[in-house]
Design a binder for this molecule. Sequence first.
Ligand code: AVI
Length: 319
Amino acid sequence: MKGIVLERDRAQAADREEFRRAVLNGLSRRPRAIPAKFLYDARGSALFDKICDLPEYYLTRTETEILRAHADDIATLAGKNCGLVEFGSGSSVKSRLLLDAMDLAFYAPIDISREHLDRSVGRLKKDYPSLAVVAISADYMALEALPDVPLASRRVGFFPGSSIGNLRPEEAVLFFRKARELLGKDGALVLGADLKKDPARLHAAYNDSAGVTAAFSLNLLRRMNRELQGSFDLKAFAHEAFYNAEQGRIEIYLRSLRDQLVTVAGRTFPFLEGERIHTEYSYKYDEAGLAALAQQGGFKVAHSWTDPDRLFAVTYLTV
Ligand code: AVI
């Protein structure tokens, strides 16, 4: 028990140090930017769960509908006795739709957060007592191989939620290559991606009327205040999100509402009114663009499903 606690403390200290470096680095350079992964502390993750239920945020609902309608088709394409490998946590309803439909030798959720993983695996073991669950707490981009997974006829990856959109296209290609390496020669990948559409609809999804997305963005300042002794005044910054049609992406920033000095981790940073910290990109694709990107990463589209309004696509890729 003591060993586990020490291990957790060590992991927490390492996470905090990584955050400190990223923040000091990101606030020192121009344009200022802090990687999106730091939005997801416990409060940020809870706010993101709320975003998924917002009326304007059609992504989660639509992807779930597509998966519900086509889980059996995915199971047929995957075949019998395969392994399902989820990239980036599977506490969601979505993974369960596949777990219920597929004939599985194992399920391997990979997540960087040990806590998140333990919680969801505990629940899964109760609901699927005969399923072999191999929880892998790691950054999948740094994994060389899948440790100790049972033999399966095919490994099928699952990367839902349009998380692919939070990667720059060159990073997305690296993700596909890594997935290909981990899934092996008969591998396949079930990918969820948000599609290009009316900019007004995209704008609303990232500027909801209840202000949850703004709270999610501003939580990054709160996190810096708490973990890095920051002095950010949350009322002196605003959430800014817009669709950049030329780049095909939503861009998200925290904008300074006045000239101000802010101290973080012992360093002071001047902000001019209007100066921004970039926090996220959310790329939107069309089916051809997605196929081209996947192809650069070593996958081809075997099948693609969408909803009646063509808001979102779930694609079955093979190597
Ligand atoms: C996690 N990811 C797919 C979300 C998105 O839509 O890009 C993150 C998000 N940021 C603000 N709202 C949602």
